[in-house]
Design a protein. Structure first.
Ligand code: NAP
Length: 526
């Protein structure tokens, strides 16, 4: 399939006329063909107006049609073959095997949402029978189902050009809910975005849906993203990226005449607690696994363990020495974009110069362009608790080891931390009492708590939570990965005393969809 540099607005290919953009190959340090036309508010308006027009027909499609649509997107993405993976590799410098895995994940999550849609439990169909004889007042017939909120704006993430981008988790869950989607392409992977956008555009046509169900807009600078968030037709937004970008969009959405939610996944340093029993038994093993996790994908994961907490004592030094040795064997590698590489370099330089922080290892230099040299730092809990900057995320292959004098100090640091996507405990049975104390705090701080593993790697499943209190996300009640992500784009509607022939199928007495429903407080498939 040819990449043309056009936007995809409904069924049309539209050439932006507000300047030009080019994708960049960070590994070869050069721009890539073709030239993309940048769009602006006119194209956003057209895409959003089409999405609004598509909303009612799309949300009323049968569960089967919607599930089949999601599966068709998955098939069309696979149909792009190596063209997609090769382009994503050129635009991101991520290894081919990683991108093939990411494609499988993208396809897998579309299929997960297809089966979720078919099964229909997300409708939350709930029936409270009328009680005409109830005293002192009769109870009406009440029936509830969830419906989609309306068109959703999606901002793809730079670090997952497939799984968190044009057909990623935000788009898949919004389309599953019944919401048309307008995606703002990430400038770091414009060609990948167009290819995947065309796969979705074709699926819309293949399935005979309204063309406004999907659009892809491209633009330079903030104008196009701001226009998308501010457009009255957009009722919710999914975003993954920087804290500054996410907050700017949250604020913009709150200032609208009709404020809307922005589900922004932003910043997390993913604390990693090595408790004393685990430190005594497995210091070296934990240290090498931890460095693999820190440097995986050049550290460009939102779940990267950027903070390690250990107790003082001889085993701490074994851990630090093993971690330093493992990190020093890692070479510098190309990051996703020159901007992200510069931000990493700036963060590392700043941390190196911070009072009370020691550099304990650096990786090996290579001739890679736009590269990040891994770095490991250490400090004391007292220093950490008094230097707010030490809690800032440095996006890339680096981490900070914090030594705590005792368990109370470790809990104090946990209590001090901002919200996180994950918190990891390395524990042995003899650590369980300390773990129990820490968990009271960590449940309040993190969306996912792990034991004896590493936080990088996020399963797409029913029980996954990829979310957490601010600044991990802008709304701790939601997840952006896994089946529950659909909840972000739904709202409940109650039907009181509606005549039977006006009720939606999900709430009819004869239950034609064979849904599991809550009937007078009891789950039944009737
Ligand atoms: P970003 O700068 O926040 O950009 C993400 C998307 O939002 C881009 O499409 C960007 O468009 C748009 N955007 C950002 N600020 C905006 C604003 N004020 N108004 C309108 N649109 C806006 O994130 P990034 O480019 O992916 O990476 C930059 C940094 O984000 C990294 O160095 C890292 O610190 C962090 N990051 C975090 C995660 C995570 O999972 N937590 C993931 C990736 C990156 P334009 O670029 O066209 O403005």
């Amino acid at each position: 399939m040819q990449i043309t540099g056009d936007m995809l607005i409904g069924a049309s290919e539209v050439r932006g006329t507000k300047g030009t953009l080019r994708a960049f190959d960070p590994a070869r340090n050069m721009e890539i063909e073709p030239e993309f036309g940048a769009g602006g508010t006119i194209e956003v308006d057209r895409a959003c107006a089409l999405a609004a027009m598509a909303f009612d027909s799309y949300r009323q499609t049968s569960l089967e049609v919607r599930a089949h649509f999601l599966e068709t997107i998955a098939e069309n993405i696979l149909g792009l073959g190596d063209t997609l993976v090769d382009r994503a590799q050129a635009e991101s410098a991520l290894p081919k095997a990683r991108l093939e895995g990411e494609r499988a994940r993208t396809v897998g999550q579309l299929k997960l949402f297809a089966s979720l849609v078919r099964e229909g439990r997300w409708l939350t169909a709930t029936l409270d029978s009328a009680q005409p004889d109830r005293k002192p007042l009769p109870r009406p017939d009440l029936r509830l189902q969830k419906i989609p909120v309306g068109p959703v704006g999606v901002f793809g993430a730079s670090n997952f050009p497939l799984a968190f981008s044009v057909a990623g988790g935000d788009t898949a869950s919004a389309l599953a809910a019944g919401c048309p989607v307008v995606v703002k392409a990430h400038p770091a992977h414009l060609g990948t975005s167009e290819l995947v956008g065309r796969a979705i555009q074709k699926a819309v046509a293949d399935c005979g849906l309204h063309e406004g169900v999907f659009s892809l807009v491209i633009g330079a600078g903030n104008e196009i993203g701001e226009a998308l968030v501010q457009h009255p037709a957009i009722k919710s937004v999914g975003f993954t990226g920087s804290r500054a970008g996410g907050l700017a969009l949250v604020n913009l959405a709150q200032k609208r005449r009709e404020p809307i939610p922005v589900f922004a996944e932003m910043s997390s340093i993913n604390p990693f607690f090595v408790l004393p029993g685990a430190l005594a038994k497995r210091a070296e093993q934990i240290a090498t696994g931890f460095i693999e996790s820190v440097t995986l994908g050049v550290g460009q994961f939102c779940t990267n363990p950027g903070l390690v907490l250990v107790l003082d004592g001889p085993n701490k030094q074994t851990f630090i020495d093993a971690a330093a040795k493992a990190l020093s064997q890692k070479s510098s590698q190309t990051m996703l974009t020159p901007g992200i590489a510069n931000a990493y370099q700036g963060g590392i330089t700043h941390r190196t110069e911070q009072r009370g922080v020691q550099t304990i290892a650096r990786g090996t230099s290579s001739d890679a362009t736009c590269a990040a040299l891994p770095a490991l730092f250490q400090t004391s809990a007292i220093q950490f608790l008094t230097s707010a900057e030490l809690e800032d995320e440095i996006f890339g292959p680096t981490s900070l080891i914090v030594t705590c004098a005792d368990v109370d100090e470790m809990i104090k640091v946990a209590e001090y931390l901002e919200g996180q996507l994950t918190a990891t405990l390395q524990i042995e049975p003899e650590d369980h009492d300390i773990a129990r104390r820490l968990l009271v705090t960590l449940e309040r701080k993190a969306g996912r708590i792990l034991a004896n593993s590493f936080p990088t790697g996020v399963e797409v499943s029913y029980a996954m939570v990829h979310g957490g209190p601010f600044p991990a996300t802008s709304d701790s009640r939601a997840t952006s990965v896994g089946a529950m992500a659909i909840e972000r784009f739904l709202r409940p509607v109650c039907y009181q005393d509606l005549p039977a022939d006006l009720l939606p199928q999900s709430l009819r007495d004869d239950n034609p969809l064979k849904l599991w429903r809550l009937r007078d407080g009891k789950p039944v498939q009737a």
